[in-house]
Each structure stands twice: as structure tokens, then as C-alpha cells.
Write a protein that binds this ligand. Structure first.
Ligand code: CDT
Length: 308
């Protein structure tokens, strides 16, 4: 399938007290709206099933584990998979994954239109910190609760379209996009939970935060000639605001649909995968133009090393 009607299902706030069942009911309502709009694929946010729990400091691992899913689908999410299959809509969403071996990941999956999981991704770039940080206005403890993903940035053939995923902070790193671009990716799906203010710089407000998100996604899409769908969990969660700004971006880097609210909201676009071909065969024809002899630092070095 080369032409997909894609829905970005932005979600409003999820409070700590909200159950998985209540959240899944909201996701199903968005899915029904997507079916009415003719969608073939719907993308939901990062950690779509719960509040953004990494803002809360916890020491008790049993309490931490209550935010994680031990299998997917499970009893709470099975109705979402069932409805997606009924509508013949592929879905992608993020959740906290606890593996049988006891490993913790910030994960997303994508299904085909039969409701079968055809791709899984585990977040690589984990922002934030491990210990309680008194210097911040609020906590961001992803490095405490998750380990870095171990699956790389794979791409998945989903009914004839090459799809890839990344999660939130990953979108700010050009390497994320290029590793998928080098596999010929045609659609990058990502969800995010981005605070509306910078916890370490009160002066950086919503407008700048939205700009940096859009800049990252539009640049990633353009420079790799791929469609991109970036979907927020937004709104005020237990007093902590998350930004909206969900977008669908074409392979030329232009925004073709943009959310207007910070609530549950569906935006859609018809995405022809053949449109990736022009960029991939001209200015971003990697085989002809890349000069890997100058890129060694990208994989041999993390921090800055100044040349004297
Ligand atoms: N969820 C997530 O990755 N959020 C980050 C916030 C970084 S602030 C520590 C983001 O890049 O949007």
C-alpha cells in the first residue's frame, strides 16, 4: 500500500488517578473518529496509556512497576487492538515495557491493519536524570526508570511501506533520522510528552518549545525525504503542563496538518509514499553524495573534543 490516510491522534492530559481502561476508551473514541475520516493508520503519543510518570520521584520499585506493561496487547489494551482490527486501521502507540527478564524500556509498537504487531522500538535517547534534582522546577526521571533501548532504529515493511519509529527526545537528534534514512525509511512515527516550559530555564516558554519540536521534525523529514508524524500528549497533568503541536510533515519538510488544541484531537493527511522518491533520488541520494570518510566522529565520539 503506497497511499495512506494517516491520523495523528493527539491526546490531552492523563492524570495519575486515571485508569488504563479509561485511557483506552479515549483512544478508541479517537480511533472511531479516524475510521470516519477514512484513516488507514493512527499514531498515538509516547507513554499513551498513563500519565507522564517520570516526573514523579519514586524509590519503591514495586510502585514504579505499576506504570509498566508486562505484555502487549494485555487485558487493558486488547479492546484497542480489537477495534483497530474491526476498522482495518494500523496503530502505533507508546507504553512503558517491563520484559519477562525484568528490563524496563520506553517502547512503541506499530501494527498492520490486521492488528498484528509488525514493529517495535525502544527509546534510545533518554533525557533527564537519575536522582532527585533540587535544581529543577520539576523532575524528569527517565534515566532512573528506563534503560536505553537495545533495538536500534529499525525500519519495518508494513504492507509495502517502510516505516520507522522514534520517541520524543530522539526527534532532536539528527542521527536518529539518518540511521532510518539510510534504510530508505518512508514514514517516521513518533510520540512525545514535552513539558511546556524548560524545567532548567523558566524563560524558555511554549513558543520556543513548539518551535524546537517542529524544527527537529521538519528537518528530519526533509533531510531524509520521508513523511513524519509527531504526536503529543498535551494538557495539564496533575498541575504540570505538556505542550501540544502535533504535526504531519511531508518529505519536503512542510507541515501538512497541525493540531490546534491541547486536548484529544485528531488531525489527518493523505500521504503518498511515492513522494519520497524525488528527494531520495536527487539532493538526498545518499549513495551519490554522502562523504563517510569525514563522518568518523559521529560514531567514535560522544562529547565535544576541541582541536587545539
Ligand atoms: N519525553 C521526553 O523525552 N521529553 C523531552 C523533554 C526533555 S526535558 C528533560 C523532550 O525532548 O521533549
Amino acid at each position: 500500500m503506497r497511499e495512506w490516510v494517516i491520523g495523528a491522534a493527539q491526546m490531552g492530559a492523563i492524570q495519575k488517578r486515571d485508569t488504563r481502561e479509561a485511557v483506552v476508551a479515549r483512544m478508541i473514541a479517537l480511533l472511531d473518529r479516524a475510521a470516519a475520516s477514512g484513516c488507514d493508520l493512527v499514531v498515538f503519543p509516547e507513554l499513551a496509556l498513563t500519565t507522564f510518570f517520570p516526573r514523579w520521584y519514586m524509590e519503591d520499585q514495586a510502585e514504579v512497576d505499576t506504570w509498566f506493561e508486562r505484555e502487549m496487547p494485555n487485558a487493558a489494551t486488547q479492546p484497542l487492538f480489537d477495534r483497530a482490527r474491526e476498522h482495518r486501521i494500523a496503530i502505533s502507540f507508546g507504553y512503558a515495557e517491563l520484559t519477562p527478564e525484568g528490563r524496563h524500556f520506553n517502547t512503541s509498537i506499530v501494527t498492520d491493519r490486521e492488528g498484528e504487531i509488525v514493529g517495535k522500538y525502544r527509546k534510545v535517547h533518554l533525557p533527564g536524570h537519575v536522582e532527585y534534582d533540587t535544581g529543577r522546577d520539576f523532575q524528569h526521571l527517565e534515566k532512573r526508570y528506563f534503560e536505553p533501548g537495545d533495538l536500534g532504529f529499525d525500519t519495518f515493511d508494513n504492507e509495502g511501506t517502510l516505516m520507522g519509529m522514534c520517541i520524543c527526545n530522539d526527534r532532536r537528534w539528527p542521527e536518529t533520522w539518518r540511521v532510518m534514512g539510510l534504510q530508505g525509511v518512508e514514514l517516521v512515527m513518533l510520540g512525545y510528552n514535552t513539558p511546556s516550559v524548560n524545567s532548567q530555564n523558566r524563560g524558555e516558554g511554549l513558543e520556543q518549545r513548539l518551535y524546537h519540536s517542529e524544527l527537529s521534525v521538519t528537518a528530519g523529514a526533509y533531510q531524509n525525504a520521508t513523511w513524519a508524524v509527531a504526536v503529543a500528549k498535551a494538557g495539564v497533568e496533575d498541575g504540570f503542563p505538556l505542550m501540544g503541536g502535533s504535526i504531519i510533515v511531508d518529505p519536503d519538510g512542510f507541515v501538512v496538518a497541525r493540531a490546534q488544541t491541547e486536548e484529544d484531537e485528531l488531525i489527518t493527511a493523505t500521504c503518498d509514499m511515492e513522494r519520497c522518491q524525488f528527494g531520495k533520488t536527487t539532493i538526498f541520494d545518499f549513495a551519490r553524495h554522502r562523504r563517510i570518510e569525514h563522518y568518523g566522529r559521529i560514531t567514535s565520539q560522544t562529547g565535544v573534543e576541541r582541536q587545539q
